[in-house]
Ligand binder design. Structure first.
Ligand SMILES: Nc1ncnc2c1ncn2[C@@H]1O[C@H](COP(=O)(O)OP(=O)(O)OP(=O)(O)O)[C@@H](O)[C@H]1O
Ligand SMILES: [Mg+2]
Length: 202
């Protein structure tokens, strides 16, 4: 059978790092961030919906949607965040299901879906198994600060805006601890990959 696995975690906990390990191991990874970004492009139907809701202020001079601007707006406005989710999430889901079908038709028996908001968007219900990439809060903060050049308070606020990683850990079928160095993560990954392959008979 085909096993569809949802990969998630907290902000800067290491989702993309683990997603790359899957790709390097030849496992197809569907990246919902990339899908969402494509859906916002000028020629796509969501573009107009976003403009209708947020107004022209969220456009760059080249008339592209400025995702950072939207991110800032919804960070402080719950109602707008929910509305944005209502516009974007269903389309992302449709695209993911289509991609899963195509990969199944190609004969893949293990498929990973990278969904930062897996539990928040209740997308876990569509996954056979879920993985949470875990890092301690202090790791998330220091990685955010060094990667994005933001200050520690803003990094903390960003982390606070999500479901606590400890809760996501409870919900997950599997946890990869990415608190230590990348070699340790790799070891945990190799072990998990064997388990997933066993489950999927691939
Ligand atoms: N085990 C590790 N040790 C040190 N740095 C790490 C480790 N894992 C990841 N990083 C670094 O931390 C940052 C966040 O990792 P990554 O991009 O994989 O997280 P993410 O969960 O995908 O983040 P985002 O929420 O922004 O998508 C990156 O700069 C990455 O290189
Ligand atoms: Mg990422």
């Amino acid at each position: 059978m085909t096993l569809v696995v949802g990969l998630t975690g907290g902000i800067a906990s290491g989702k993309s790092t683990v997603s790359k390990l899957f790709k390097d191991a030849g496992i197809p990874v569907i990246d919902t961030d990339t899908i969402a970004r494509r859906l916002l492009e000028k020629d796509k139907e969501i573009y107009q919906d976003i403009l209708d809701f947020f107004g022209e202020d969220v456009l760059t001079p080249a008339k592209e949607i400025n995702r950072n601007k939207i991110a800032q707006i919804i960070f402080y406005d719950e109602e707008k965040r929910l509305k944005l989710n209502k516009i974007v999430h269903p389309k992302v889901k449709d695209t993911v299901f289509l991609k899963i079908d195509n990969l199944k038709a190609e004969g893949h028996t293990l498929i990973v879906v990278d969904v930062p908001l897996l539990f928040e968007a209740k997308f876990d219900a569509f996954m056979d198994k879920t993985i949470v990439v875990y890092a301690r809060k202090k790791d998330q903060i220091s990685r955010l600060v060094s990667r994005e050049g933001i200050d520690e308070d803003y990094a903390k606020a960003k982390i606070k805006a999500q479901i606590p990683l400890s809760q996501k850990k409870e919900k997950a079928d599997f946890v990869i601890d990415n608190s230590k160095n990348i070699l340790e993560t790799r070891k945990a990954f190799d072990k998990l990959l064997r388990t997933l392959k066993d489950l999927s008979d691939s």
